[in-house]
Design a protein around this ligand. Structure first.
Ligand SMILES: Nc1ncnc2c1ncn2[C@@H]1O[C@H](COP(=O)(O)OP(=O)(O)O)[C@@H](O)[C@H]1O
Ligand SMILES: [Mg+2]
Length: 381
């Protein structure tokens, strides 16, 4: 079976960091207009995969639950980003006169991969169309089909996670080293001033982590596993974090919710060990990835940055290694991260518990408990 992650074009599954291949900054400036497919855009004959998705069966479901968008109402503009198999472009929608994001299968991959990418897109379309809207999940506008194939139309997320992450890093570098200075600078005026700025930066970052927990809580309470949580699937509108890319999302059922997985589901760096090892997994695989994301947001550094795929598998997946938790971090934060990436999936917290913990931590940084309506919305699902 072929999965998105085993594709020959996805040569660096560990490369999801700053300046990685999915970053929009890598996009060729010359390539302004949408090019016709170089490969034949064939309908996949039988892409029933091991998880029982039948593309031919998906099509009517999409037609029922999503809004059809007329291709003539869209005018393609610049590339927003590329994944291993899909390309996302800003398009001007003549009806709303707004820029929207249009996601299609990439045309520069082999025909077989193009067909698989379209299959994932149809799944993504169906998933987004059936999900109740949530402030931290990309809004789905509809789907369409033209000479180049199937596409989905989404709200445009203005800022990538990578761009915001770089801003956080720059902001942190402009301040004195927190670990040293908090101890040295006590009581004096600059200390109070710096403390306010450190706290404000922590609050902004942990606010993003809280948004992520809220998005996951929404998905899990609707029996959806995201399965591909990583920086390149996140963005920002203002200070609100937005989760996108539902190509690998899947509905889970059953008592313990465990599945025999697709072995390479999600990107290696953020992938739960049980998924990487091809063992049974459930929605707690998203919590493992969340734990690593929370560490990255707190540490302002990519986890396992020096590890190649083989070393990662040996030390993290098989050896159980995790990034270090600095002693100076709040104990609640350290505890939340360490249980989120626990080896034993039953020990990991639910997304709603992670959300509650982050709201409490945020209060200690002066953030108000203003978004509790989100929690009640999650609970009512
Ligand atoms: N709604 C959106 N608004 C703005 N940029 C987007 C949007 N969706 C995706 N992107 C950009 O396109 C890239 C690839 O999209 P993604 O949905 O992650 O595709 P893939 O399934 O190939 O990983 C993302 O990393 C991001 O930079
Ligand atoms: Mg992606």
């Amino acid at each position: 079976m072929v999965t998105r992650e085993t594709s020959p074009v996805d040569t660096s599954v560990l490369e999801d960091g700053l300046g990685d291949s999915e970053d929009s900054s890598d996009v060729d400036e010359e390539e302004e207009l949408f090019q016709p497919p170089q490969t034949e855009c064939v309908a996949s004959p039988q892409y029933d995969d091991e998880e029982g998705y039948d593309v031919t069966a998906l099509q009517p479901a999409i037609r029922k639950s999503g809004t059809k968008v007329e291709p003539s109402t869209l005018r393609a503009s610049h590339v927003l980003g590329k994944g291993a198999f899909c390309e996302v472009r800003a398009n001007l929608c003549s009806k709303s006169e707004h820029l929207v994001a249009v996601k299609r299968a990439r045309t520069d991959v082999v025909a077989n991969m193009h067909a698989l990418a379209e299959r994932d897109l149809r799944i993504e379309s169906m998933m987004l169309a059936s999900l109740k809207p949530h402030i931290n999940i990309v809004s789905y506008i509809g789907w369409g089909e033209d000479a180049y194939g199937f596409f989905i139309v989404l709200d445009l997320v203005p800022e990538t996670f990578h761009a915001r992450f770089s801003k956080w890093q720059a902001e942190s570098q402009r301040l004195p080293n927190e670990a040293v200075s908090r101890r040295i600078l006590t009581k004096c005026w600059p200390a109070r001033c710096f403390r306010r700025r450190w706290d404000a930066l922590w609050a902004r970052r942990l606010g993003a982590a809280r948004d992520l927990a809220s998005a996951l809580a929404h998905l899990h309470s609707n029996s959806v596993m995201f399965r591909d949580l990583k920086p390149s699937n996140l963005g920002f509108r203002g200070d609100i974090l937005i989760l996108f890319d539902f190509g690998l999302a899947k509905v889970f059922t059953g008592d313990d919710g465990a599945f025999v997985p697709t072995p390479e589901t999600g990107s290696a760096r953020f992938m739960a060990p049980e998924v990487a090892k091809g063992e049974k997994y459930d929605h707690s695989c998203d919590i493992y990835s969340f734990g690593l994301m929370l560490w990255q947001i707190s540490r302002l550094r990519m986890p396992f940055v020096d590890y190649n795929e083989a070393i990662h598998f040996q030390t993290v997946v098989q050896g159980g290694a995790r990034p270090k938790l600095p002693a100076r971090w709040q104990s609640d934060l350290k505890y939340l991260i360490s249980i989120s990436w626990a080896e034993e999936r039953k020990r990991r917290p639910t997304a709603i518990r992670a959300y509650d913990t982050l709201v409490t931590i945020l209060e200690s940084y002066g953030a108000p408990r203003s978004i509790d309506s989100i929690r009640s919305e999650i609970k009512s699902c």
